[in-house]
Design a protein around this ligand. Structure first.
Ligand code: NAP
Length: 279
């Protein structure tokens, strides 16, 4: 079994982006990411901090808006409108989840598609469906980079994606289809999940269930990508895949931590640079 090292691959991508940003600066093209956080959920605060750190590393600006938990939807829409109109801001990101009083869908739709570096706006989702150039959701885009940079041949392979969320599962399936895999999407109503999953050459698991996928879900020699992030009973990080049970069956596998996780921020940075290039 070979470990797919997401930490090393994400560092490589960030270094490539750093060079690209230097070149763009020399051509007079600069940009800035605006990160909006509503409330002070500790996990969200860590994500926001890491995103700003990554911007600093690759050499692009970032500004953060920390709004209180009881911010109204109207007020948040006003902040987004100002950022949409501000020519110095090239990327806008609203950290999810939002407090339940705010409709996430209204917020996602309010961000200008040209500044939507998370790739959640319906225009970007539609363009992804149509196979057009667009901002792609960062986690699934990161999985494609992991596969390509680990020399996994995708074309013609059978791929099973477990999970159909708008952020991971659905865009993941579309991206694998674009790479010419034969794709099956599974979800909580899929009967015989083990049987379906164990036919996959490439198994991508994004179900949000700690250590759910054991040996009987995996074909010998399959490539296994684990998107899940959890803390187990000993407060140790783990994924949706039971790594110990699967590691000797898979030909290549992503660990948790150090697999898909670090790729998400690297791909966010890639989208931020793309937004500057498009400016
Ligand atoms: P989500 O919105 O909760 O979606 C989970 C999906 O898994 C749903 O489509 C659900 O099916 C399916 N599912 C749940 N139980 C199942 C079962 N027993 N059998 C088959 N399918 C099942 O989660 P998400 O946002 O996609 O995230 C998935 C995981 O990835 C989570 O652990 C999350 O923390 C992690 N994540 C990691 C990153 C990263 O940067 N590495 C980024 C995002 C998410 P239904 O649609 O039928 O309910």
């Amino acid at each position: 079994m070979e470990l797919i090292d997401g930490k090393a691959i994400s560092a490589e991508i960030k270094d490539e982006l750093k060079l690209k940003v230097e070149k763009l600066k020399s051509e007079g093209k600069e940009g800035c990411l605006a990160v909006i956080q509503v409330g002070n959920d500790p996990a969200s605060s860590i994500y926001v901090k890491n995103k700003k750190k990554a911007c600093e590393y690759i050499g692009i600006g970032s500004v953060s808006y920390e709004l209180s938990e009881n911010t109204s939807e109207e007020k948040l829409l006003g902040v987004i409108d100002d950022l949409n109109k501000n020519p110095d801001i090239t990327g806008i990101l609203v950290q999810l989840p939002l407090p339940s009083s705010i409709c996430e869908d209204n917020i996602i739709k309010a961000i200008s598609p040209e500044k939507d570096v998370d790739g959640f706006h319906p225009v970007n989702v539609g363009n992804l469906c149509g196979g057009r150039d667009c901002f792609v959701s960062c986690t699934p885009a990161g999985v494609i980079e992991l596969l390509k940079r680990s020399n996994v041949d995708i074309s013609g392979k059978s791929c099973v994606v477990i999970g159909r969320s708008n952020i991971v599962g659905k865009p993941m399936a579309l991206l694998m289809l674009k790479e010419n895999a034969t794709v099956t999407i599974c979800h909580s109503k899929t009967p015989n999940l083990k049987e379906v999953a164990s036919k996959a050459d490439i198994l991508i698991v994004a179900m949000g269930k700690p250590k759910f996928v054991g040996a009987e879900y995996v074909k010998k020699g399959a490539v296994v990508i684990d998107v899940g992030i959890h803390r187990d009973e000993n407060n140790k990080m783990c994924g949706d895949v039971d790594f110990e049970a699967v590691k000797d069956i898979a030909s290549k596998i992503t660990p948790v931590p150090g697999g898909v996780g670090p790729m998400t921020i690297a791909m966010l940075m890639k989208n931020c640079v793309k937004a500057i290039e498009n400016k």
